[in-house]
Design a protein around this ligand. Structure first.
Ligand SMILES: Cc1ncc(COP(=O)(O)O)c(C=O)c1O
Length: 461
């Protein structure tokens, strides 16, 4: 309003409350308290406006793979801005986009050799849908437009990405969405239907076959793609059951449906590999990525696409009728290349693979608390499901969940110095996704804070 930047902590707080609109945030919850303002980061930690330190157990928002405060990566961006700050990828290329595309194609499996950049994960998800729809028009199957995805899966917030998302609560206010989003079961084995609850492989086969049943129900000639995360984030880190992805791949091939591996969270080391599909041994047709590609030092997203899908677009006069001004921004591409250099020099993939067992074992110590029902995940990506009754796996009522998560846990964890996510979009979970540089001392710190806060939480139900 007054046009002057806020200069001191009190003024900054006041301006934050007056002028800034936070994302997915109940602003009323800050009516009687401060909005946390994070001012700087260093390694695995960030610091607020009062100088208080927090362990960043969520890597910001599944983003800061290499950790905070890396001036070498920041300087790569600054150098690029001095050389060529901006040029579009509309009919032109620039060196950093070419180099990054080549490098990403080198990491991707099979014939996934073509990279289309975006600025975010939602745009990547949306771009993959548009690519698929136009591809099928170019190849004589114009009726294919539907996309399958899993219950409770989050794939982004723009209208198209929201239509792929499987969370009814965040879709309802924006209906009608683009038509064609179809849901299939997720791979939450902790909540598996009774007839497959004792056998994870049978559960995986059932969940994959549900995809086939959905394709047949919808009519294969109308289905363009199925979107799956390697480990599903929303709902609390559901890893794939053994055999699941192989079976889904075969089903997609049988019906000519494209398989999109949405790796906006699961790529760039989160699961100990550059791309998550490598960990589970499948080759999708498209990988969507964002977040960790730059570790957040600049925004970037995109998709890696198979040569087969590019083929019709190479024929005259065909054009993919899609573009985004800032996609593949030179500064972001330079930063992504520097980020990947850090991965290599510091063997971050090796660090995740060597330490993920210790991370899991440390979190599993929490099983002695009555509220901890399930600890699940892979790599540096875990969800802890909280339950009212461990023996029956009974979950909390909506009111209890509201009191527990919003009324207590979110604030208490933050006050105790841990940034993580307490979420009840599925059943109530705490999610952890720390920087890939973390080691045992950080796992211990996470466990100790969780132990103290979760013990307290039990008394607040
Ligand atoms: C799997 C998945 N897809 C897409 C998105 C959307 O990404 P963005 O917030 O960059 O638009 C997210 C964001 O968390 C995600 O987790």
């Amino acid at each position: 309003m007054n046009g002057m930047p806020a200069v001191n902590p009190a003024a900054l707080q006041e301006a934050a409350k007056r002028n800034l609109w936070l994302h997915f945030t109940r602003h009323s919850s800050y009516a009687g308290s401060e909005i946390p303002i994070i001012v700087r980061g260093e390694g695995q930690y960030v610091f607020d406006q009062h100088g208080k330190r927090y362990l960043d157990g969520l890597a910001g928002l599944f983003v800061s793979q290499i950790g905070h405060g890396r001036t070498d990566v920041a300087e790569a961006g600054a150098r690029q801005a001095g050389e060529l700050a901006y040029f579009p990828l509309w009919s032109y290329a620039h060196p950093r986009a070419v180099e990054l595309a080549e490098r990403l194609a080198g990491f991707a499996p099979g014939d996934l050799n073509r990279v289309f950049f975006t600025t975010s994960g939602s745009e990547a998800v949306e771009s993959a849908w548009k690519l698929a729809k136009q591809y099928f028009r170019l190849t004589g199957e114009p009726g294919r437009y539907k996309v399958l995805s899993r219950h409770i899966a989050y794939h982004g917030t723009t209208h198209g990405a929201l239509a792929v998302t499987g969370l009814p609560g965040i879709k309802m206010p924006f209906e009608p969405l683009p038509p064609g989003g179809v849901r299939v079961p997720n791979t939450n084995f902790y909540r598996a239907p009774a007839f497959v609850a004792d056998d994870v492989t049978a559960f995986g086969a059932w969940a994959a076959d549900e995809i086939e049943r959905a394709i047949l129900r919808e009519g294969p000639e109308s289905v363009a793609a199925v979107y799956l995360e390697p480990v599903q984030n929303s709902g609390g880190c559901f890893p794939p059951p053994p055999g699941y992805f192989g079976r889904v791949r075969a089903i997609c091939d049988k019906y000519g449906v494209l398989m999109v591996s949405d790796e906006v969270i699961c790529a760039f080391g989160r699961l100990g590999h550059i791309f998550g599909c490598e960990r589970y041994g499948y080759t999708p047709d498209i990988i969507t990525f964002a977040k960790g590609v730059t570790s957040g030092y600049s925004p970037l997203g995109g998709m890696v696409v198979s040569d087969r899908l590019m083929e019709p677009y190479l024929k005259d006069p065909n054009t993919f009728l899609h573009g985004i001004t800032f996609a593949g921004h030179p500064v972001s591409c330079a930063v992504a290349l520097a980020n990947l250099d850090v991965f290599e020099k510091e063997d971050l993939l090796g660090n995740v693979r060597a330490n993920e067992g210790a991370f899991r074992a440390t979190l599993e110590k929490l099983y002695d608390l009555p509220i901890v029902g399930d600890v699940r995940g892979d790599g540096y990506f875990y969800g802890i499901e909280m339950v009212k009754d461990k023996a029956t796996r009974e979950t909390f009522s909506d009111d209890e969940s509201e009191r527990l998560l919003r009324g207590f846990l979110s604030h208490a964890l933050f006050d105790a110095g841990l940034i993580c996510r307490a979420d009840d979009r599925g059943d109530p979970v705490i999610q952890l996704s720390p920087p890939l540089t973390c080691t045992q001392e950080h796992f211990d710190e996470i466990e100790q804070i969780l132990r103290s806060v979760l013990s307290d939480a039990w008394t607040h139900i």
